[in-house]
Unconditional design. Structure first.
Length: 261
């Protein structure tokens, strides 16, 4: 398996009572326990130091000796520093970008972000957008706004993460169906007790509509722990009609997207 969406954090940042929560070492132990061979990992959001360079540099340093980990930057598309940072960390070997519009307070289709999207497309850096209700003004980050970006930048590869959750699943599905450069991220959508849960019958229908080669599973480590991740993997198998579909969702899709076949 090759999983997406693993957050990494320095010791003690997530939980002072458990300094190893969110660390590389704990993730590698979980991967070994669950039979996960490779993972895409994210730099901590700038709350770590309010310094996007420091956050992404920290990630790059952490994964240098771990060939099973592939890094994504965390960047704000409307931050003027992000263009130079995308170029710097692309040159260093990070393979994509995770952005969180409601955390950054960055409207998805703000034209101030267009140079960033254009650069990401040029550098062949997929952008993963967090979608789903997250406390900010919904009109600024509803999934349908991604359609405008996908149409404006057809060479930009986009992961619509969490598929909008239950509330915005229809919008997210419409965007992925409408744009061949968009992928359905199903991280944290498989557990009925989780915030972005989407019923299995809807996910099964989505796979039929867009194809399993455009569906990507992620763990949401460390928010999801081994028991939950194992259950999510089992749920993927339950919504698939074949082992080929499951193989795509559990690794082949993300590997092809970031060029790690």
């Amino acid at each position: 398996m090759f999983v997406n969406h693993c957050h990494l954090m320095p010791e003690g940042l997530l939980d002072s009572s458990d300094p190893q929560a969110g660390t590389v070492a704990t993730l590698l132990d979980i991967m070994d326990e669950l039979g996960i061979e490779r993972a895409v990992v994210f730099a901590p959001l700038p709350g770590y130091a309010n310094d996007p360079h420091q956050a992404n540099q920290w990630l790059w340093e952490q994964i240098q000796d771990n060939q099973c980990l592939e890094g994504f930057m965390t960047l704000n598309p409307v931050d003027s520093r992000s263009l130079a940072l995308a170029e710097e960390f692309s040159e260093k070997g990070l393979l994509g970008i995770k952005t969180h519009p409601p955390v950054y307070h960055a409207r998805i289709d703000d034209e101030a972000a267009y140079p960033f999207y254009e650069l990401a497309a040029h550098l062949q850096l997929p952008i993963l957008f967090h979608t789903g209700v997250h406390g900010w003004l919904l009109d600024n980050y509803r999934p349908l706004l991604i359609d405008r970006i996908a149409q404006q930048f057809p060479d930009l590869q986009i992961i619509v993460e969490h598929m909008g959750g239950w509330e915005f699943f229809g919008e997210a599905l419409a965007v992925v169906r409408n744009n061949s450069n968009c992928y359905a991220g199903i991280t944290s959508t498989l557990d009925k007790d989780w915030a972005w849960y989407i019923p299995g019958e809807l996910l099964r229908n989505m796979i039929s509509l867009v194809g399993s080669e455009r569906v990507i599973f992620g763990t949401d480590y460390p928010w999801r722990q081994p028991a939950g991740i194992r259950a999510d993997i089992q749920a993927v198998h339950s919504i698939c009609n074949s082992s080929e579909e499951a193989d795509n969702i559990l690794g082949d899709s993300i590997a092809a997207l970031i060029g790690c076949d």
